[in-house]
Design a protein around this ligand. Structure first.
Ligand code: C2O
Ligand code: CU
Length: 469
């Protein structure tokens, strides 16, 4: 072999220590390039002024990356921001070095720098990508995009559509409100916006035809807003939670989506030609409103609804052994209007007031308020073993808890079995709710476990779960 070619090969092999080379050779490679950069977003369309944002390729949301299960994805990320960033591939079970957590899995990408992410896609599903550096600000400014992994054999649908749902806090003159570190929202519900967008557009209209079947992938990319979506006149069937198949079912109470969470639904267009329906959000009392409109064209697509099966194939997830599982507990506490009085910061116990005023922290996990990404692991697991994790939310606020590198089953809430025990990487806990999940710790490394309300994450609700061989 030519010496230069050999050196290049050897260097490539060294750069990817965690990836078995056989798999690398076998999986078809998909290559993309994305650039985190300032840009402008129309949000409302003319004549209102566009909003200055940060986005992937200058857009919010960034380009949708579509691949197929079993492929290998390589994304070269360039940073044209004035600050450092990383990209986290939310929900993808990938090797630790590709997880995008600064200081834990990689050095942050400096302004002007690039980083190449490369990993296999073992699971089909709806995933998304976003920064994991200064997250509360970088996501709020618009950095987020969908990562769709199609099944090898997708279900029959006329269209496969993604809705990246977000909210924005805009002030005078359509300018993004700059108060990102606001301590009040940090200690309460997080930063809630005053404009809701779907794929970067406020109040969009989805044009449909009677009889059409749409596979709709919902992604909540908002910093803090929890959505409870209702599709007037329609009965969406949930077929996947956080990307993973579940028995198809309806949710008459609405589709509940905490930040970070996804739902895939099958939407059969049962309305009549020329009719209109609203998709509304009703989670926050007093802030109920329309998110989008569904508008039927004059011509039906077909005379009656499709009845092809909608159940998705399962992903290759390891089923936790509940009998042998060790039990771990994670107590969530802090925030306004709760009973918590103290927390540990940098090894020192202090009052909540000292935490807020001195450190900008208000939340604890097992009594500890974490600063940044680098800390002692809160949980330690042995590779290949099963665990039950009980999240005990003692605070007065909801928390969507997200674990990196793994997928867990949601077993119960306040002791009541969770219908369908769905797979998830993010589970929404209501105020003072206890939720039990189970997983196999099958991915070695230090994995973030945090609240996906990004102001809570920044305010201390972040921890590491270590999986050791
Ligand atoms: Cu979607 Cu740790 O994040
Ligand atoms: Cu939270």
């Amino acid at each position: 072999m030519h010496r230069r070619a050999f050196c290049r090969l050897a260097a490539a092999a060294l750069a990817l220590p965690a990836v078995p080379r056989l798999a690398a050779a076998a999986a078809p490679l998909v290559e993309r390039r994305i650039t985190a950069a300032p840009g402008i977003a129309p949000l409302f369309g003319a004549p209102r002024r566009p909003v200055v944002i940060w986005g992937y390729d200058g857009k919010a949301p960034g380009p949708e990356i579509r691949c197929r299960q079993g492929e290998r994805l390589r994304v070269v990320v360039a940073n044209r921001l004035a600050e450092e960033t990383t990209v986290h591939w939310h929900g993808v079970r990938l090797p630790h070095a590709m997880d995008g957590v600064p200081g834990v899995t990689q050095p942050a990408i400096p302004p002007g720098g690039t980083f190449t992410y490369e990993f296999d896609l073992p699971d089909a599903g709806t995933f998304w990508y976003h920064p994991h550096a200064n997250s509360a600000e970088q996501l709020e400014r618009g950095l987020a995009g969908a990562l769709i992994v199609e099944e090898r054999q997708p279900i029959a649908a006329d269209r496969d559509i993604t809705w990246v749902i977000d909210d924005w806090l805009l002030g005078e003159g359509n300018v993004l409100h700059g108060d990102f570190g606001n301590l009040h929202s940090m200690a309460h519900a997080g930063r809630l916006g005053n404009v809701i967008t779907v794929n970067g557009q406020a109040q969009p209209v989805l044009q449909v035809r009677a009889g059409e079947r749409i596979r709709l992938r919902l992604i909540n990319a908002a910093n803090a807003r929890i959505f409870q979506l209702r599709f007037a006149g329609h009965a969406p069937r949930v077929i996947a939670t956080d990307g993973h198949a579940c028995p198809p079912h309806e949710r008459p109470e609405g589709l509940l989506l905490g930040p970070g969470m996804r739902l895939d639904v099958v939407l059969d267009m049962a309305g009549s030609p020329d009719s209109r329906f609203v998709v509304s959000d009703g989670y926050n009392r007093g802030q109920e409103g329309d998110v989008a409109t569904i508008a039927y064209g004059p011509e039906p697509l077909r005379a009656s609804l499709r009845d092809d099966p909608v159940a998705l194939p399962a992903n290759p997830l390891a089923e936790p052994d509940l009998g042998a599982a060790e039990r771990l507990e994670v107590v969530l506490d802090g925030g306004a209007m709760g009973r918590a009085t103290h927390g540990v910061v940098d090894g020192r116990r202090m009052t909540l007031q000292e935490m807020v005023r001195g450190h900008g922290l208000a939340w604890t996990m097992n009594g500890v308020a974490a600063k940044g990404h680098i800390h002692e692991p809160l949980l330690t697991c042995r590779l290949g073993r099963s665990y039950r994790i009980v999240f005990d939310n003692r605070s007065a606020w909801p928390h969507p808890m997200h674990l990196h590198g793994h997928v867990f089953r949601v077993l119960s809430r306040n002791g009541a079995p969770e219908p369908h025990t769905p797979w998830a990487d993010t589970v929404l806990l209501g105020p003072r709710e206890r939720v039990e999940v189970a997983l196999v710790a099958d991915n070695p490394g230090d994995w973030m476990l945090h609240c996906h309300i990004l102001e809570h994450q920044q305010g201390g609700m972040m921890a590491l779960m270590r999986v050791t061989p």
